[in-house]
Ligand binder design. Sequence first.
Ligand SMILES: Cc1ncc(C[n+]2csc(CCOP(=O)(O)OP(=O)(O)O)c2C)c(N)n1
Ligand SMILES: [Mg+2]
Length: 539
Amino acid sequence: MSITVGTYLVELLAANDIDCVFGIPGVHTLELYRGLAAVKLRHVLVRHEQAAGFAADGYARISGRAAAAFVISGPGFTNILTAVGQAYSDSVPLLVIASMPVRPSLGKHWGVLHEMKSQQTVASGIFGVARTAASAEDVRDHLRACLASLRVGRPRPAYLGIPLDLLAKSTDLVATRFPQAPSGVDSAAAPIDAAIRLLDGARRPLIVAGGGARGARLELRALVEKLDALLVTTAAGKGLLPEQHGANLGASLPYAPTQALAASADVIVAVGTELSETDVYSGLRLPLTGRLIRIDIDATKLCDHYAAEVPIWGDARSSLAAIGRGVSQRVGWRTALGGAASTREAIRDSFGAMARAQWGALRAIRSALPADGVVFSDMTQIAYLGNYAYATDAPGCWMHPSGYGTLGFALPAAIGAKIAAPARPVLALAGDYGLQFTINELITAVEQGVTLPIVVWNNAALGQIRDDMLAARIPPIGVVGRNPDFIALAQAYGAAASRVHEPEALESAIRGALKYAGPTLIEIRETDFLTASTLGSST
Ligand SMILES: Cc1ncc(C[n+]2csc(CCOP(=O)(O)OP(=O)(O)O)c2C)c(N)n1
Ligand SMILES: [Mg+2]
């Protein structure tokens, strides 16, 4: 029996483990919805396509499974691209299915509805894999390639464009499950041996672990302990060791005391990390002088501006396990230094009044959330501190839009996470300005009935940019805007809302929000927390 290509596509998605799609239907995607009710594929309506991308991103970050987004040609497609840029830079898998105008019109500039000069060219510039289908067989073959790219090697977002006349055509193809591609890359023995030799001769070994090491927690810990090494993570690698572990410098790469240690390490193992500007936040390159072993699933990372003396192309887990088996147990640098504690103390001593006020709020959030709680943070000053100072004992508990640095990420990504993992406690943390990029998704959270505390750090400003202008002696312009009444606005959307004035009240408001079957906006004013922190420290 023949079906439409649109129905064939949704059947293919369902047959290949895509179980959720975020989207906004339009006249160009009608045919994607024809077969939707008959398959096991949940559709979540969002209020802007950018949020469909962020929600699919949050869904994948928390579950490890990719979700899809359906967008219309032209504006729906361009609206989602910012979220795609974020997912690309943070190695998050998601699948965008976009319609395109009818095939006879493509490239001819007839001015048809939702026409773009070249949707495929734009997609090629931002997705990991970007394909346009011209036939039902193309839909099958391109989708297979897209799904394989999400699941093998370094995950990146994938795109499939389908002209709307093709979506409506009928096909006799039958949706089946694609053969599964292998999931890992086995590292070659020779560089593993070279790494073992280098580490056995090391006097001051340091391991730097990023998001790519998240699946290798035990192997990493075993290696750190065997080498008596120190470990520093990026924000994406937070929690790879428990916060209090003696070797754990935390996600402290941007801080001077850690950078001084890194500069004095004689052998560095960088695993699953780009060591990018947004990991380091003090120039383009860490001042490393030691010999460098890099482990990465992305071969291009092994020879970038931190070219490795020992490049290991492989996944973090098997590579670290093989190195861990080969190195000799020793007592060395970490024990001699007395562990990570003095470095962490030096970092803490460098906190000024504002950082201490923010830290008070971060600790309140941490104590209100159970051990498996997850924070989705936005681009706000409290989150920049939280990248280091929010305590995590397991990976995947602090999700920040690190690389692309996109305002508006936290709320829709947290909604996507709750849809993927309803039992996990999730919290969104955003600044007063960043929240307004996607605050309309409050209604999505209300509609979906997701339990979600949303903590707003309100400093009544584009605080970081104001501070940067002041530091650069630029008269501050455009950094203070009028804010809405966040409480009234949240309530208008049907969310619960309250304002709290100090950390204890924040903690109990979050505990309450975690019991409420819907979103709760909790506003905190920076000035209140600054006062509370100053009073607290003087007693
Ligand atoms: C989409 C996007 N546009 C602009 C920026 C630049 N930007 C970074 S932080 C920031 C200010 C954010 O203000 P707020 O959310 O209130 O956080 P605060 O710095 O005050 O804590 C801006 C405009 C960005 N990161 N992303
Ligand atoms: Mg602000």
